[in-house]
Design a protein around this ligand. Structure first.
Ligand SMILES: [Zn+2]
Length: 283
């Protein structure tokens, strides 16, 4: 196959993969496990960065925290003698003087101490499990190749235990991966974080939802190319991402997926084209 034919066939594979993912993501919302999980997650409050730090400093292993009453609602009881985790709850009141055209505004009056408990401090009914977005099989050959491609792009790679459920983190020049994942899942997480490094390291103007859309769709397209099948649809659906949104971002996803595949295929021989793709873009 000529280079152009190869590039065209790669572009077609990537576009097909993203189209399939768009359809899968829309249907993921009907999945019973996903709906049950989403329902539970909607009951957990998303804490501010400051409070996340407060929680981590008092309970470094905390994964899901909620107030005493909230745990009761979820049919779990805080065990006797468990030490509460202190956070700061904003005291908010409606301020007439701050009312804008689009309705009422709220005014921060201060903070009060509030207490929460981690799920590990409670007993009771099991919470629904998140549907996995991991590929479960394969990846033995791919893993070292992705690792090499990342290192050749000048990004440090650190395997460690990441608390609080994150599978990987893109820190700008460093990627951290939770070492407790299986091989196929590691491949997916690595490519996801690699995409964050390439796309969002300098430009963070996009919101979290769009950044996760791009990173996970790139991971899906790259893994599909290597015959691994990650369940990215659940991850995407959990961010409220739709098939339409994926299709709208096709160009960025396809370009980045191809860039990563080229880096993997370059086998660390310094062939990778820095700052762009050597292959023509799909029409
Ligand atoms: Zn991400």
């Amino acid at each position: 196959m000529s280079i152009t034919a190869k590039a065209e066939s790669l572009s077609a594979t990537i576009t097909d993969a993203v189209s399939a993912l768009a359809a899968e993501t829309d249907s993921a919302k009907q999945d019973v496990t996903f709906r049950a999980w989403l329902m539970t997650m909607s009951r957990f409050y998303t804490y501010s960065f400051g409070n996340q730090l407060l929680i981590a400093s008092q309970c470094s292993t905390a994964t899901r925290v909620a107030g005493y009453g909230k745990w009761l609602e979820m049919k779990r009881q805080v065990r006797k003698g468990e030490k509460a985790i202190y956070i700061l709850a904003p005291i908010i009141s409606k301020g007439k003087e701050l009312t804008t055209e689009d309705g009422e505004t709220r005014r921060l009056r201060g903070f009060r101490a509030a207490t929460v408990f981690d799920i590990a401090q409670t007993d009771g009914e099991e919470l629904p499990k998140p549907p996995t977005h991991d590929a479960t099989e394969g990846g033995d050959d791919l893993l070292p190749r992705v690792e090499t491609a990342i290192r050749h792009a000048g990004i440090a790679l650190v395997y460690k235990v990441i608390p609080c459920g994150a599978q990987g983190l893109s820190k700008g020049g460093t990627i951290e991966i939770d070492e407790r994942q299986g091989i196929a899942a590691k491949c997916g997480t690595l490519v996801h974080e690699f995409a964050h490094e390439l796309l969002h390291r300098e430009d963070r103007s996009q919101g979290k939802q769009q950044r996760e859309l791009e990173a996970e769709a790139v991971a899906y397209a790259v893994l599909t190319h290597y015959n691994l099948h990650p369940g990215s649809r659940f991850y995407l659906a959990s961010y409220g991402i739709t098939g339409e949104m994926l299709t709208a971002s096709m160009q960025t996803i396809a370009k980045t997926a191809r860039q990563i595949i080229e880096k993997i295929e370059a086998k660390g021989e310094g062939k990778e084209a820095e700052g762009g793709s050597a292959l023509p873009l799909a029409a």
